[in-house]
Structures are given as structure tokens and as C-alpha cells.
Design a protein around this ligand. Structure first.
Ligand code: SAM
Length: 313
């Protein structure tokens, strides 16, 4: 097994034991106190914070492809030709690029609330050696917690008429099937919903009071039977415990000094959000990974939530 597989597929410790240990530690008690004065945040300020974040981390060093995605979500590897994925909160392309690389015909629509992020992602994808990256990667700006996804992504009213017209033309000139499928993927008509949504370390950045709107938006853009792949920070992840008391902005919700936010999901909080939006739970579990910082002689307990949810047929 490679280092990366070990990192993302092992269950190194029991989450319940970690919970017990942390909840018994008096120095960490402030993390569990009820929160009375929920802070209201503005969408424009949140996007600005993410813009600054991406401007600061514009070097290639910060970019890391999430190569484990096809192992965690094997449906991406076995999906039909010309499947459509929407990567929500694409950042610099860490999720979009491995998906484009892993499957030659897949189309990746990628949104982010930060224009800086979209520029970085586009540069990185275009500079890659991925086959037809330019035509298969479709970035657009959107804050999915306050705005609807664009109409062309969901709607397919113009699709049938435009396909009919093309089929007549194609039968005239006796084009083969390959040409038909490639024409089907042109920019000229609406997309008609996507087969998969990826929500990878993005929902935790959305303020808690806007999360249900954001998840409902993801539900609306999926085709019936489509899948949403979720991976995000889990409750009692080491990075949660590093936040100071004055960085709490809500229950299990924190703000970094640069203005970006992070929420830490329990299985229940993730389940409640997705089921309330209409999804069916397919998989939901904690991923618990122990890694050792040899230089500092410290063991780090990482907790992520892995989830797979389906829109009913
Ligand atoms: C931690 S990064 C994750 C990037 C990417 N999904 C990945 O796998 O690395 C979170 C991204 O979500 C974006 N984001 C935060 N809130 C958002 C919102 N409300 N709408 C769209 N994008 C958002 C940020 O700009 C940032 O690029």
C-alpha cells in the first residue's frame, strides 16, 4: 500500500474513544459550551476572505491533487462516458484535476465564490497534461449558499430541440456515433443537471445558518438518481482543538484570523443536513487517521467525515 492509500483508508483509532478523551479534558471544555450569540456573516465578506486566501497561496506548492478520490468514490471511475460532475468550491483544482485526469470523457463544471480560486484552478488545469482539459473543464463563479446555480446548468428545455435538429443534420451527412456524442457535449445548449456533485472540504467553510440552503442547491442541480460525494472536517479533528475560545463563532464553528471559517461535522449534523434536503444516505462514516510528526514527536489525530448521498430516482 502506498503512503497515500494508508493515509486515507485506514481506521487508525476509534472515534468514540477520542470523543471520550477530549470531552474529559477540562482544558478543552470551551469547545462544547452552548453558543448563544451566533454571528451573522456577509456573503461578500466571506468571498473576499477566500479571495485573499487564494491570492496568498498562489504558488504551486500549496496545490495538492486529491488522488484518493477514485478510491473513496469508485463510482467516478466506473461512470458512463460523458458524465457530468459539478465540483462545488473548487479552490485551486485539487479535486477537479484528478477527476479530469482519471476519466477521459468526463466533464467537470467547477464553481467557487472566489474569482482568484477560479483563476488558479484554470491555470493549473490548462497547464496540466490532461487530455482535452480546456474543453472538459468549465469554471464559473457562484456562492452556492446565497445564489442559485445558473439556469443553464439545471435546465434542459432547449436540449431536445437542439439535439433533434442535429440528428437530422447528422443522418444527412452520415456522421458516426462518436461525432454525435461529442456534439452533444457542446456549449450551445443547456446541461440538464449533473450526474455527480463533489463537496470536498467546502461545506465546512459555509456559515452554519446558510448550510441547508447550500445543500438544497446541490440537490436541485443533480439528475434523479445522481450522487453527491462529501468529505469534510469531522468533530474533534486535531485542527478543531487548536482553535482558541475567542475564535468560536458558533457551536462547532470557528473563524480563522484571515476571516475564513470552518465547521466540524458530527455524523448526525451531516446526516440531518442532507436528509432534510431530500437526499438518501448511501454511506456516512468517520475516517480516523493517526499521523506522526517525527520532528516534533507528536501524534496527530485527524478526523474526516466521508459521505455519499443520492437524489431519489
Ligand atoms: C478548502 S477549499 C476546498 C477546495 C476543493 N474542493 C478541494 O478539494 O481542495 C474550500 C473552497 O470553497 C470555496 N467556498 C467557500 N465558501 C463558498 C461558497 N459559499 N460558495 C462557493 N465556494 C465557496 C472557497 O473559496 C475555497 O476555494
Amino acid at each position: 500500500m502506498s503512503g497515500e492509500e494508508t493515509e486515507y483508508h485506514s481506521k487508525d483509532f476509534d472515534w468514540e474513544e477520542l470523543r471520550q478523551r477530549i470531552e474529559d479534558d477540562p482544558t478543552l471544555r470551551y469547545h462544547f459550551l452552548p453558543f448563544t450569540h451566533q454571528s451573522v456573516s456577509s456573503s461578500a465578506l466571506d468571498s473576499q476572505s477566500w479571495n485573499h486566501f487564494h491570492a496568498r497561496h498562489s504558488t504551486g506548492k500549496f496545490f495538492k491533487e486529491r488522488r484518493y478520490l477514485f478510491k473513496e468514490f469508485p463510482e467516478l471511475a466506473s461512470c458512463e462516458e460523458h458524465s457530468k460532475v459539478l465540483e462545488v468550491g473548487c479552490g485551486n483544482g485539487s479535486t477537479a484535476l484528478p477527476i479530469l485526469r482519471g476519466k477521459e470523457n468526463i466533464l467537470v463544471f467547477a464553481c467557487d465564490c472566489s474569482s482568484e480560486a477560479l483563476e488558479r484552478a484554470t491555470e493549473i488545469v490548462y497547464a496540466s497534461n490532461v487530455v482535452s482539459a480546456k474543453s472538459r473543464f468549465r469554471p464559473f463563479c457562484c456562492d452556492f449558499s446565497t445564489c442559485r446555480f445558473p439556469e443553464w446548468l439545471i435546465c434542459d428545455s432547449c436540449r431536445e430541440t437542439s439535439l433533434q435538429k442535429r440528428n437530422i443534420f447528422l443522418s444527412d451527412v452520415k456522421r458516426d456515433l462518436t461525432d454525435i456524442t461529442s456534439l452533444k457535449e457542446s456549449d450551445e445548449c443547456c446541461v440538464g443537471g449533473v450526474d455527480y456533485v463533489t463537496l470536498i472540504f467546502t461545506l465546512s467553510a459555509v456559515p452554519l445558518d446558510r448550510m441547508s440552503t447550500a445543500v438544497t442547491e446541490c440537490f436541485s442541480v443533480l439528475k434523479p438518481g445522481g450522487l453527491l460525494f462529501f468529505r469534510d472536517y469531522g468533530l474533534y479533528d486535531m485542527t478543531m482543538l487548536r482553535f482558541e475560545a475567542d475564535q468560536r463563532v458558533g457551536f462547532r464553528e470557528y473563524k480563522r484570523s484571515d476571516g475564513t471559517r470552518s465547521y466540524f461535522f458530527s455524523l448526525e449534523s451531516a446526516r440531518n443536513l442532507f436528509l432534510a434536503a431530500g437526499f438518501i444516505e448511501v454511506e456516512l462514516e468517520y475516517c480516523c487517521v493517526k499521523s506522526v510528526n517525527r520532528r516534533k514527536q507528536k501524534t496527530m489525530h485527524r478526523v474526516w467525515v466521508h459521505g455519499k448521498f443520492q437524489k431519489p430516482m
